[in-house]
Ligand binder design. Structure first.
Ligand code: RUQ
Ligand code: CUA
Length: 707
């Protein structure tokens, strides 16, 4: 049989081209199909690369590739589109994904790291919730400190609802050095180092109970990470909101007068990964429910935008006959896009016009309204999402209950503000712009548009929650200079109920296009049933062509992811081991508690009137030294552990039976665990990573002598 006929008739050449491009790297985009087929026939490709298709291609007597694949397609009852999708997403073992996606883990409290296009889950980074594999929150001092520091001062919070991840930026582009994630439930933000993919700081945002507007890095150098409150908190004039302390009776009048939202700019230190509240500032906002936030660049440099719902100030109380929030907050035809001049706010703080409340400088609402920090623009009915085009000129908002995306022109906003062209003020004295003065366009899309992402061709993508689609549209100049600006040009069906979407490096000056991931809330019939609680469904979509094609469904069996940020994998520079041996991952500097082989020791001493047994130990295949630790009941036991391995992947873990203690010690790392030996007995500790044939022998004893 002639090879080219087989390809044309049975499989079409698409599949083969994908294989050759992906597996062999021999096909340049300009190499035509004709030449390609000719080369297969002539056996030119012999030995070009290794891969599952090659044996077939190169052995002269082997059945042609198409026949082989066709058999699998038939056996597995696939369609051509499935085979193509499989080939476009399959990354062989040892291969690398082109993009890395950082996805929120929803109410798992963690961050998911996913390779694209393979959609393989690479890691779940522990952030707000204890996680035993990483030794996070089980006696490991650095992680315990983080969880306590990041709590609200009232109780230890071990629950977070992560929504919006972010990656640090330099000159408007993602730089791959830091990631950030917000906790909606408790108004917290965490920083994650992308050197070791570990959480380095958690900060509770002062004067704020819940947050939904971030994290969002300022574009030039991630000087600040911006975040905005969601549900307003009770507020004492001059004192703000303090968890567990502030009480204001919930009445309609009090809600209007004594509840407040916030926009916060957390100063971030790129060198240490720490947030610094003393250099941060906050803007007091009306008790509208603020939603997503973006910080602009280019024409919108110095400005931040956030939408809001419930400008009705409705609080509910259905048992006493009041409409629910759902009903009461959907009355107004327009809510308010918040337009924040954050550079101006920074200036006002410098001039001393802010009030210090709970450790942060707060610009009072009246000052923000009068001094050019805060403006409003009407946005249609229960808006959602707030995204910025690559040029920084357009702010795009979804319309939840209206089948349109609304696009604001930042140039028009700035002009209207400069000309003091306002329709009036809201009830708090904040100037309100006229919709017609600031609108660039409204694009009709399917029902329930939520979030927007962009590609390098100046096209936008919007998720439609009710329509169950992702719609593609054109922006206007300078993002898109072709025919038919601001026009819907395509859509793809989604399964099902899409929330956020994610394209590589969107919401930066240089989106990369190629793929889109839809973060779907419902999976319904897409996977095997695993009980009534079903996974979320991430769908990978190829957006490189004129029509969008569905490539892959990835079940997410942990939490409810909201947003994700995707970056070119080559921008990430992950450490292979901690170096030199004895490095403290908190600082990436040599730890004063590091020990070397032969120097392990146990010391017992008094510290502030309490007995402390301090252990300096090492871990190496396959011994924990010391392997017998004797302490007295009631001692505080502090064990410093150094993994003295320098081999990639040679992680050891230290887990202590009956004590709820575990630490993960990566090659080269020094870490410290601490616990009180409150119960007498003999307890085994062992390494929980299967590290060598004698891993089972990597164990020891803790003897707690009764008092
Ligand atoms: S938003 S409800 Cu990102 Cu669509 Cu959280
Ligand atoms: Cu170390 Cu098992």
């Amino acid at each position: 049989m002639v090879l080219s006929n087989v390809l044309d008739i049975i499989l079409t050449s698409d599949v083969v081209e994908i294989i050759l491009e992906k597996e062999m790297g021999v096909v340049k985009p300009n190499l035509g199909r004709r030449r390609l087929l000719a080369s297969i026939g002539a056996g030119v490709v012999v030995g070009a690369a290794a891969g599952f298709t090659l044996g077939r291609l190169t052995a002269p007597a082997a059945p042609p590739i198409a026949e082989e694949l066709n058999k699998i397609i038939a056996e597995r009852k696939l369609e051509l589109s499935h085979a193509k999708a499989a080939l476009k997403t399959y990354v062989p073992g040892g291969g690398r994904d082109e993009f890395i996606m950082f996805s929120s883990g929803g109410h798992s409290g963690q961050v998911l790291v996913i390779g694209v296009p393979s959609m393989r889950l690479l890691k779940v980074i522990a952030v707000f919730t204890p996680e035993p594999w990483q030794g996070y929150g089980y006696g490991d001092v650095k992680t315990m400190k983080l969880l306590y520091k990041g709590s609200n001062g009232v109780r230890l919070l071990t629950l977070g609802d992560t929504h919006h991840p972010e990656i640090s930026k330099t000159r408007g582009e993602y730089d791959g050095e830091w990631a950030f994630i917000g906790d909606k439930l408790n108004a917290r933000v965490a920083s994650i180092s992308l050197k070791d993919f570990e959480t380095k700081d958690i900060v509770k945002i002062p004067n704020t109970q819940t947050q939904h507007g971030g994290a969002c890095a300022t574009p030039n150098n991630t000087e600040y990470v911006a975040c905005g409150s969601q549900f307003p908190a009770p507020w004492e004039p001059g004192k703000g909101y303090k968890p567990g302390v502030t009480y204001v009776k919930l009445t309609e009048k009090n809600y209007e007068e004594r509840f407040r939202g916030t926009a916060t700019f957390l100063a971030f230190d790129r060198a240490t990964g720490q947030f610094d509240l003393s250099r941060s500032f906050q803007i007091e906002l009306p008790p509208y429910m603020q939603d997503l936030e973006v910080v602009g660049w280019g024409p919108s440099d110095g400005w931040a935008f956030m939408n809001s719902i419930n400008t009705e100030l409705h609080i509910g109380n259905v048992l006493e006959g009041k409409p629910s929030l759902e009903v009461g907050a959907a009355k107004n035809d327009f809510d308010y896009l918040h337009i924040i001049n954050w550079k101006r706010a920074e200036e006002l703080v410098r001039q001393g016009k802010a009030v210090e409340m709970n450790g942060i400088k707060v610009i009072p609402l009246e000052v923000a309204a009068k001094e050019g920090v805060l403006f409003f623009a009407p946005e249609p009915k229960s808006p959602h999402g707030c995204d910025i085009s690559p040029s920084g000129r357009y702010i795009v908002v979804g319309g939840k209950l209206a089948p349109v995306v609304t696009i604001y022109d930042v140039e028009k906003i700035k002009r209207a503000i400069a000309d003091q062209k306002f329709a009036g003020t809201d009830r708090y004295g904040v100037p309100v712009l006229r919709f017609e003065d600031v609108k660039a366009a409204q694009i009709e899309v399917n029902l329930g548009p939520l979030h927007n992402e962009f590609d390098p061709q100046g096209r936008g993508y919007v998720s439609t929650f009710i329509g169950n689609t992702v719609d593609r549209y054109t922006l206007g100049p300078p993002d898109y200079t072709g025919e038919k600006p601001f026009t819907k040009i395509g859509e793809i069906r989604i399964h099902y109920n899409v929330g956020h979407i994610c394209t590589p490096e969107s919401n930066s000056i240089a989106p990369k296009g190629k793929y889109l991931v839809a973060l779907n809330k419902w999976a319904v019939d897409r996977f095997n049933d695993v009980g009534p609680l079903l996974p979320q469904n991430f769908q990978l979509i190829d957006i490189s062509g004129d029509t969008m094609e569905l490539l892959y469904d990835m079940p997410i069996g942990i939490g409810e992811p909201h947003y994700a940020k995707m970056i070119l994998a080559t921008k990430l520079k992950s450490l292979e081991i901690y170096s030199p041996v004895g490095t403290d991952p908190e600082t990436f500097k040599p730890s004063p508690y590091a020990t070397t082989k032969g120097k392990e020791r146990i010391e017992r001493k008094q510290e502030n009137g309490r007995w402390v047994t301090e252990v300096y130990g090492t871990l190496v295949r396959s011994t924990i030294t010391p392997d017998l630790i004797r302490v007295k009941q009631g001692d505080l036991v502090r064990i410093h552990l150094t993994n003295i391995e320098t081999t990639k992947d040679a992680t050891h873990a230290f887990s202590l039976s009956e004590y709820n203690v575990i630490a993960s010690v990566e090659p080269g790392e020094t870490t410290t665990i601490e616990f009180v030996a409150d119960k007498p007995g003999v307890y085994v500790f062992y390494c929980t990573e299967f590290c060598s044939p004698l891993h089972l022998e990597m164990a020891g004893w803790l003897e707690v002598e009764p008092q």
